[in-house]
Ligand binder design. Structure first.
Ligand code: FAD
Length: 326
């Protein structure tokens, strides 16, 4: 009989480690365009099919990693674990599992990490998460759980040789007192053992550059760790407004104007025109970020492959013949 790695005290002894994001980023060669993509766990069969179509498209562009989100309030727990596991088992992609502390006791979080270990997943994005139902509601930790992401970083690290990433916020986290304390929080998460951060989506490259400067100024050693910019190629005005609301990011007025014009006056927005603007804007942002030496571009895809692949093609990324698993 085998014992589950987390059914006993102490750290997980042996992990089958597929490699870390930080190591992969360190191996990037000059001239390459390192990128990653974010998926959401699908709600139904049609969404499931779309996710796998997108995964197959991206597989041929060879991203550094793919990540799978954890539904608000832990609502997609089983689907997130299943999809992340299937990506690890059935594709050539390296998956990162998002994990939030919302609604979980410490024991449940340990069991979640165990479920990932069982599927060969050692890369985890450790997040506090937001209250279920209303992301802007007051954060009340689970009585038997954790309060801040720093504690989740520590918990996961104590369980074994996991590679942990965390969230960062170019415009500051909406509940942070000020940018200084928000920067200090990010530095604390990195000091606790996180190897990199992925930013919240943003539309002003200067916000990202200022975040990077703040972290380097606060702690040069932690500031040397990758801060991966999160980019959302816009494909729909309605959808981006919703995403901006959920993430408390700013959609600049001039960009919203352009999107409104592209969407037109019809009863339904002109998605083709909106997507064209989205691809153009994301390509320009990505090109500037690459010129600024970012370690990787993280595309929040909502499981759509087309806009992100157009951005990749614009940046000179091409599918590699013979890649992907048959
Ligand atoms: C790349 C990315 C991916 C994400 N994926 C998901 C996902 O899959 N599922 C999901 O539900 N959500 C996700 N989120 C959203 C995230 O869970 C929320 O933004 C959440 O509100 C903050 O999470 P955190 O890990 O940054 O929390 P924390 O780092 O804990 O910070 C939360 C707040 O507490 C403050 N704080 C931290 N420590 C202290 C302290 N000791 N004292 C006082 N204040 C403190 C911080 O400044 C901040 O305001 C993601 C966000 C990003 C950027």
């Amino acid at each position: 009989m085998t014992t589950h790695p987390l059914d006993r005290d102490g750290p997980v002894a042996e992990l089958q480690d597929p490699g870390s994001i930080a190591d992969r980023l360190a191996a990037v060669q000059p001239g390459e365009v390192p990128f990653s993509v974010e998926f959401m766990p699908p709600r139904d069969e049609a969404a499931e099919a779309r996710l796998w179509r997108a995964a197959r498209v991206f597989e041929r562009y060879q991203p550094v990693f793919v990540s799978v989100t954890y539904g608000a309030g832990g609502s997609t727990r089983d689907r997130t674990v299943r999809v992340t596991g299937e990506l690890a088992e059935n594709t050539t992609l390296l998956p990162v599992a998002h994990l939030t502390a919302v609604g979980h006791t410490v024991d449940e979080l340990r069991a979640m990490v165990g479920a990932y270990v069982d599927r060969g997943i050692t890369n985890i994005l450790a997040l506090r998460g937001d209250p279920a139902g209303d992301v802007n509601a007051e954060w009340i930790p689970h009585p038997g759980g954790l309060t801040y992401a720093t504690e989740l970083v520590q918990l996961v690290r104590d369980l074994g040789d996991f590679h942990v990433g965390v969230a960062s916020f170019p415009e500051g986290h909406p509940q942070a007192i000020d940018l200084e304390s928000d920067t200090a929080n990010l530095v604390n998460k990195l000091r606790a053992g996180a190897e990199y951060s992925i930013t919240q989506m943003f539309f002003d490259v200067d916000d990202y550059l200022r975040l990077r400067d703040r972290v380097i100024a606060a702690d040069p050693e932690q500031g040397a760790k990758p801060i991966i910019p999160g980019l959302m190629p816009i494909t729909s005005l309605r959808s981006v407004r919703r995403q901006v609301e959920l993430s408390s990011s700013t959609l600049p007025a001039a960009l919203e104007e352009r999107l409104l014009r592209a969407a037109g006056d019809g009863p339904d927005e002109d998605r083709d025109e909106v997507r064209k603007v989205g691809v153009e804007v994301t390509t320009a942002m990505a090109a500037r970020l690459l010129a600024e030496g970012v370690p990787c571009l993280h595309f929040m895809t909502l499981n759509f492959a087309r806009a992100t692949s157009e951005v990749l093609e614009n940046l000179g990324v091409r599918v590699t013949p013979g890649t992907g698993r048959a």
